[in-house]
Design a protein around this ligand. Sequence first.
Ligand SMILES: Cc1ncc(C[n+]2csc(CCOP(=O)(O)OP(=O)(O)O)c2C)c(N)n1
Ligand SMILES: [Mg+2]
Length: 796
Amino acid sequence: MENVSTADSLAYEKLSFERFRDEVLKDYRIACESREASLLGRKEVLTGKAKFGIFGDGKEVAQIAVAKFFQPGDFLSGYYRDQTLAFASGQATMEEFFSQLYADPDSANEPHSSGRQMNSHFATAMIDEHGDWLDIANRKNIAAGMAPTAAQMPRSLGFALASKLFRHSAALQDLTDLSNNGNEVCFCTIGDASTSEGHFWETINAAGVLQVPLAIFVWDDGYGISVPREYQTVKGSISEALKGMQIGDETNGVEIYKLKAWDYAGMCEVFETAIQRIRDSHIPALFHIEEVTQPQGHSTSGSHERYKSAERLEWEREWDANKKMREWILSNALASEDELDEIEVQSKTFVRQSRHTAWEKFSAPIKEQVNRSVALLDEIISRGIHENKLKNIAGTLKSNREPQRKDVLKALHTAGLIIGDSPVAENLNTFYKELLQEGYNFYSTHLYDESSKKISNVSATSLEYSDDASLLNGFEILNRYFDQLFKSNSKVLAFGEDVGKIGDVNQGFAGLQSKYGEHRIFDTGIRELTIVGQAIGLAMRGLRPIAEIQYLDYILYGLQPLSDDAASLQWRTKGRQSSPLIIRTRGHRLEGIWHSGSPMGLMIHSLRGFHVCVPRNMVQAAGMYNTLLMGNDPAIVVESLNGYRLKEKLPENLLSYRVPLGVPEIIREGSDVSIVSYGSVLRIIQEAAEILEEMNIDCEIIDIQTLLPFDIRETILSSLKKTNRIVFIDEDVPGGAAGYMFNNVMEEQGGYRWLDVAPRTITGKAHRPSYGSDGDYFSKPNTEEIVDVIRQMMAE
Ligand SMILES: Cc1ncc(C[n+]2csc(CCOP(=O)(O)OP(=O)(O)O)c2C)c(N)n1
Ligand SMILES: [Mg+2]
């Protein structure tokens, strides 16, 4: 017996040794492949086959160690150095890597961004073609990468916070496709220099306060492009700088680890327990990975010899993590030199083949377009039409060794100009149009959700009032609405400054936290950037956050992630990911510079990809929230700050009332002049219209309701056809949102054809709104000004 069990245990030991060895060699292979991808990738750029390249060389071993503990359900929210993590976790193939480098727009070849993003910007599918969330609790998820440094930080907080809410909120317990009891960790990677950004500090502070499962990996190669860490970080070390954040026995905070990028065994050992601890306890951690090298320098745009000393370059060669891993394998007798040489040779072959296949797939359809164009040109040439010129065009196109789609289009366009309006050009023109359409499909779709959940599919409903409908203050209407909403939709959450305990500064959520719990309606620190980040992450994890920015003026603090991340997410993943957050805020008019801003031009230009809703009252706002919650796009709702204490009739169907987006409402019919506006200033316009009525001037007032989308049924044009006079009024600066509305109606809708007099805009002044009632009067459009402009228009 004893002998048998000894034999068993020996066999077991052998087996587990074999397994360990196999795993180490598999890891070494990934490290070699990833390195080869970086080396070949750079060559592709230098030889002109790709435009720009940024690679993960130097971080292979560390990322392989991390990937071992990246589990289904987890999120990676990283940056452009994550290629090895993507390979090792099986979320990107080598071919896809090269397809993205070539900017292949075919989603079948390059699913991460469909050629819309630079290389190493990965994204996994999170929603299906119907706009429904996939079972992300069972998938390894990569949130679409971004180039702005530290832009990944704010949303990482949201990914991690979602786990906490899924674990603790009773309302979310059934959503097992989205979370497995909140066990998901958000893996966030960042470069050492990018920790200089405020984004990093705000996120780490919030994570330490909230206690959420966030694992931050700082790849410290000592440089941000050319600027060394001494200029970036206090004490030249992020882990030293963060010591005060270290969690203690009696305090909250963050666990801090220091590791070496070349120490494969050491990293595997620490990550195993540390990441499990994050998963179990939801205590965030920062892993300061030191002694990272960057063998090829920052990117293909420069050479690191310009800023690294000869000693540094020598040190980097010596401490190259792949080299150290090889040495470690040999010194532990896990493989022979020959075996490792073979892995290296096979890796090179594999990467070369993948590159070749990716290039073939990328270039084949373009070559086909070239051939087709040349055939079409030859056909015309054979009829003796513009022979020489067309031969020239065909010849140039044929001899182009690496043609792009634009070369084909340029050739066809030039030929079209030469041939002119002739029936012989028909096939050529048809093909040209096909290619334009293909270009649109490749590059311009999915700014908004295009699934069956797209917002234009949401049907509108009308308001219903009982005979004895009560008159309530605007804030009370919203309070009733949110109460019903939270009762009916368990995915809805609301948070922001003063939103939890007191139910927001205007009491929209008053009393609702005690009713629905602290995991559904909650306070945050004063940190608009990460309030937005929370919203982005929560929304991407399938929840429906309503994030409050206390006043519209403060949205500037959170604008970067709204613009760079949320607004572009659908587009930059071609519909694979979506972040249907709602920013609830209030603005337009109250007191002073920072509570009366109406920077709507700024919003609509930086937030293409959002719906921008500007309700004039709170019933209308509720109708907008209902519509937005049925779609998958992000949105901002700017409530009228001076509307919370105005009386409104309480409808019977607050929860089912849906305002259609992009459909203006005519709130006063008239025949002399069309006044186009929105939000708070409408009340001033109504006052002006009453004065003008006394003078027999009949104003039509149009509330556009939403700036994005804008008047999709051309309601304004119909009004203009009747009145032949138009004025656009808002509280933004001159040329801001009024300029946008003007452009839409005049150019897009062709409104200029229906004008009897010059069109006008009346806006706020270019300066900030001044304090006090007179300050407001002289800074924003006022009744008298509106009356005078319209009288002038009538006199022309
Ligand atoms: C907001 C912003 N500023 C500047 C840049 C240009 N830029 C790209 S990478 C980079 C340096 C980043 O260094 P680090 O965070 O250490 O990452 P590494 O590239 O060294 O891995 C800079 C300045 C940018 N992408 N975004
Ligand atoms: Mg760096």
